[in-house]
Design a protein around this ligand. Structure first.
Ligand SMILES: C[S@@+](CC[C@H](N)C(=O)[O-])C[C@H]1O[C@@H](n2cnc3c(N)ncnc32)[C@H](O)[C@@H]1O
Length: 173
């Protein structure tokens, strides 16, 4: 799906997203956060943040709020904290600006995920962490290839019901 169509689809969906998906998404985010080192590396990015469910969970636990990035304005309007519109395939962020990137069920539609994963590696500092989940119906092999190609070291693989989770660390160059 082209980015503009995806934006429109999620803009339409935004008012009902939490009502429909919070019970599915929250356990995935909890499991990914649980597999990360403490204290959580900062700054934190939530890439494809949607309505900011991860940020709300972090706030409830008294942890740092993430920077939320999403293509859909109406999804993002519901997120707390700093946020900005952006494409996962061309992140509007500086190299090495983050210690942790979350990306939960946001690499979608069977588009080659490698360029987006390379962007995640670019915006993480060396040694930074990535907690990524993708729907099992997506191209999992392409995700794993993309992670290796972008210089991520796999630390944990998680079965998250509809998603597979990958907790990875960016190699030092
Ligand atoms: C299924 S929702 C997941 C939202 C959130 N991560 C969660 O767990 O609730 C997918 C989100 O990814 C965003 N998204 C998908 N592809 C994107 C892209 N290329 N650039 C930016 N956002 C994207 C959509 O706009 C949508 O808000």
């Amino acid at each position: 799906m082209k980015l503009i169509s995806l934006q429109k689809a999620y803009d339409r969906f935004a008012p009902r997203y939490d009502e429909i998906f919070v019970h599915q998404q929250r356990p995935k985010i909890e499991a990914l956060l649980g597999a990360l080192p403490r204290p959580l590396p900062t700054p934190i990015l939530d890439l494809g943040a949607g309505t900011g469910l991860a940020g709300r969970l972090l706030a409830e636990r008294g942890e740092a709020l993430p920077w939320s990035i999403d293509a859909s304005r109406l999804m993002l309007e519901q997120a707390d904290g700093p946020r900005g519109l952006g494409d996962l395939y061309r992140l509007p962020l500086r190299d090495g600006c983050a210690g942790l990137a979350l990306c939960v069920t946001a690499l979608l539609d069977f588009v080659d995920p490698s360029p987006a994963i390379a962007e995640m590696a670019r915006v993480l500092r060396p040694g930074g962490w990535l907690a990524l989940s993708v729907l099992k119906i997506e191209a999992i092999a392409a995700v794993q290839t993309g992670l290796v190609a972008a210089g991520f070291q796999m630390r944990q693989r998680l079965d998250l019901e509809q998603d597979l989770g990958f907790v990875c660390r960016r190699n030092d160059p």
